[in-house]
Design a binder for this molecule. Structure first.
Ligand SMILES: [Zn+2]
Length: 201
């Protein structure tokens, strides 16, 4: 097994799809502000030949979350498509679809991690929406690897959320970050970061 320091990082890009950024009942144009930051991060990971997963809503049937949110991102629809800005990366990343808020509740992501987990010393989660898909995934990963040195990190400037009322997006985003931090998730910042680890990747 490789030394911890020699291991890779895994980048999970969550729900950077039309239905949250471009149009549809759950989209919020403000989420587009994280696109260029995530874009740079994907480029860095691919340059180092590190693994990148696009974890995306592709709903079928009547999933539980449709009791709380309007139907969105139906499998095969325009809403469920990766945003145009990131389509160029699809040949070089692993696309995993999900029918739940927490991507770890379904087999595909679990299978991927079971096959690859010894490769990583960090799983970095970017995308949307902070209080839902990001937080549930980060907290579950933290729990799953609680006896492992693997770090789970969430950059505060590469995640965001739609707001349920005016001005609430910032508040809900910050609150979710604080809760994750309490659970042991590393909250980091990608922009203007001079941390050596982040310079390296
Ligand atoms: Zn959904």
């Amino acid at each position: 097994m490789k030394n911890f320091e020699e291991k890779q990082k895994l980048l999970i890009v969550v729900d950077m799809v039309n239905g949250f950024l471009k149009g549809g009942p759950l989209h919020d144009k403000k989420i587009n502000k994280i696109t260029p930051i995530i874009d740079k991060e994907i480029q860095k990971f691919l340059k180092y030949e590190y693994d990148v997963i696009f974890l995306q809503d592709a709903h079928v049937g009547f999933p539980e979350e449709f009791n709380n949110f309007p139907p969105h991102c139906l499998k095969g629809s325009w809403e469920a498509e990766t945003i145009d800005e990131f389509k160029k990366y699809l040949p070089n990343v692993t696309l995993i679809e999900k029918n739940t808020i927490n991507g770890l509740e379904e087999a595909p992501l679990n299978n991927f991690l079971n096959q690859h987990e010894n490769k990583y010393n960090e799983i970095r989660i970017v995308g949307d929406c902070t209080p839902y898909c990001i937080k549930t995934l980060a907290d579950s990963l933290k729990k799953m690897y609680r006896y492992n040195k693997l770090r789970i990190t969430v950059p505060s400037d590469a995640t965001y959320t739609f707001g349920t009322c005016a001005k609430s997006a910032d508040i809900e985003h910050e609150k979710a970050l604080q809760e994750m931090q309490k659970n042991g998730v590393g909250i980091i910042k990608l922009q203007n970061n001079h941390d050596e680890i982040n310079e390296r990747i």
